[in-house]
Design a protein around this ligand. Structure first.
Ligand SMILES: C[S@@+](CC[C@H](N)C(=O)[O-])C[C@H]1O[C@@H](n2cnc3c(N)ncnc32)[C@H](O)[C@@H]1O
Length: 226
């Protein structure tokens, strides 16, 4: 059966309704509208992608080889971070990197309101400055799950630091595998689209990882380290 624009919109509405945030969860329900009212951009993951992140964090940090540690690049207002933090196993922690002080401050307050501050460290620094230091201090095989959601053209550089930091069996994930303000099936020309296309193809052919893509609206690419 053909996918039409109407079916695509209706499918996304269905996913948000069925696999989105709990309607009783006032904080998550209002978080991004409050963030936008404070001047932050409206670029968080969708509710169904957020719930998927909780599931992935639970899978990745709940198994016997787990280090209990998750790394996010791109905090914004803390929406995806709260989802990740909620999936952590007991004693687990989330490190989330954000270079905009205003975004980090907003997220800090939201992590506190969500009751996860004890599990979350916000690193306020450009990712390519923070990652080499984290690679040195945390060491190899120190992460269970990584979620990239920052500058698309830097994903390949982030990955150089992150791949050795994932434990065997750990999960690498990145948002915007198939869409953002562009679609992956558009002709080449948009630098972010083209960077993401190269990144997807490299991960798919990286023999250290088993890779796939969950086609949420923006697409989450996943690689499991062998
Ligand atoms: C798409 S938003 C993140 C959304 C968030 N993950 C969510 O779903 O709730 C991207 C964030 O990454 C930050 N960012 C972009 N490039 C960065 C970099 N090189 N280093 C650190 N933060 C960066 C931006 O300031 C922005 O807040």
């Amino acid at each position: 059966m053909e996918m039409t624009p109407q079916r695509w919109n209706a499918t996304n509405a269905y996913l948000a309704e069925v696999f989105g945030d709990d309607p009783q969860d006032r904080q998550l329900q209002t978080l991004m509208s409050r963030a936008v009212a404070s001047g932050l951009p409206d670029i968080a993951v969708s509710p169904e992608a957020g719930r998927l992140l909780t599931l992935l964090a639970r899978i990745a940090t709940g198994e016997p080889r787990s280090t209990g540690r998750v790394l996010e690049v791109g905090t914004l207002a803390g929406y995806s971070g709260i989802h990740l933090a909620r999936g952590l196993s007991a004693g687990g922690s989330l490190i989330t990197i954000e270079f905009e002080g205003k975004h980090a401050a907003f997220a800090h307050a939201e992590f506190a309101a969500a009751g996860v501050t004890d599990r979350v460290e916000i690193v306020v620094e450009p990712a390519l400055q923070a990652l080499p230091r984290l690679a040195r201090t945390l060491g190899p095989a120190s992460l269970d799950l990584v979620f990239l959601d920052a500058t698309k053209r830097e994903y390949a550089a982030y990955f150089e630091f992150i791949a050795p930091m994932l434990r065997p069996g750990g999960l690498f994930t990145a948002d915007n595998a198939i869409a953002s303000r562009w679609w992956i099936c558009d002709p080449p020309g948009d630098p972010d689209r083209d960077a993401m296309d190269r990144f997807n193809r490299n991960l798919a052919n990286d023999n250290r990882f088993d890779a796939g893509c969950i086609p949420t609206r923006n697409g989450i690419v996943i690689g499991r380290k062998q």
